[in-house]
Design a binder for this molecule. Sequence first.
Ligand SMILES: NC(=O)c1ccc[n+]([C@@H]2O[C@H](COP(=O)([O-])OP(=O)(O)OC[C@H]3O[C@@H](n4cnc5c(N)ncnc54)[C@H](O)[C@@H]3O)[C@@H](O)[C@H]2O)c1
Length: 261
Amino acid sequence: MSRFENKRVLVTGAGTGIGFGICLDFAREGATVALNDVDAQLAGEAARRINRAVGAENVHPCAGDVADVAALREMVARFAAQSGGLDIAVANAGITNYGEFLTYAPEDFDRLMAVNLRGSYFTAQAAARTMIERNLAGRILLLSSVTGVQAHRNLSAYGITKAGIRMMAKALALELGPYGITVNAIAAGATLTERTLRDDPGYEQNWNEVAPNRRTATVADISTALLFLASDEARHVTGQTLVVDGGWTIYSPLPRDHPQA
Ligand SMILES: NC(=O)c1ccc[n+]([C@@H]2O[C@H](COP(=O)([O-])OP(=O)(O)OC[C@H]3O[C@@H](n4cnc5c(N)ncnc54)[C@H](O)[C@@H]3O)[C@@H](O)[C@H]2O)c1
C-alpha cells in the first residue's frame, strides 16, 4: 500500500512549480488531491496532466484566491464534503516580488502579505477546523524560504513573509498539538521552476556554482522532504522548519551576476 492511499490532500497555488510537483507526488502515492490555483484554467490543465501521468482521476482542480478567506473556507468545506475529510493541507501559494526597500510600494507590500501570510494562515485555519470537526489527526505544511532565514537584497517584504511562516509553524503547532495535528514548514532554497527559469535563464548554473553540494534544487527535492513531513514517519515532528537548500544557508553566498547581488 502506498504511503498516502486514502489520504485527502489540499495543495494551494499548485497550477505550476513546487505546488504542482507536490500534487504529482501525492497522487503517485495514492492520495486524493484538491489542486488549488487562482488561475482556474491552469488548475484544470494541471489536474488533467497529473491524472494522465498517474493513470487515475485522483486530482480535482479547485480554483480560488487564497487571499479571499470566504472563498478559501468554501473550497475547503466543499472538498472535505466531497471526499469525506481532509488529512493533509499544504499552504504552498505564494508570490515573490522584488524591489528596493527605499522605493517599495504599499500596494506590493499589501498583496504580498495577503497571499503569503494571510493566505497561509487562513488555509491552515480552515484545514484545522475541518480536521478537528472530523476528529482527524491531520498534517499542515507551510512553505517558507531561505529568504526567511537570511536577509536578501531587494527581497525584504518577501523575506518578512517567509520568516513569519517559520513562526506560524511554531505558533500553530502549539495550539493544534492537543488535537493530534502537526504543523511544519519547508524553507526551500533556490528551486528550479518555470518561473525562476523565466526570471533568470542562467538560474540553474548560477545557483549550482554557490550551493555547497553544487546543485540547484529541483521541485522533487522540495516535494520529497515535504511528503516526509506529511507522512506517518514524521508523526512526532511539529513546529519545525526544515531547510532544504543543499546547504546554501551554511554560508549563503549569492551567485556572481545575480540580479539581487
Ligand atoms: N521557487 C523557489 O525557488 C522557491 C524558493 C523558496 C520558497 N518558495 C515558495 O514555494 C511556494 C511555491 O513557489 P513556486 O516557485 O513554485 O511558485 P510559482 O510562482 O511557480 O507558482 C505559484 C502558483 O501559485 C499560484 N498563485 C499565486 N497567487 C495565488 C493565490 N492568491 N491563490 C492561489 N494560487 C495562487 C500561481 O498562479 C502559480 O500557479 C511559494 O510559497 C514560494 O514562496 C519557492
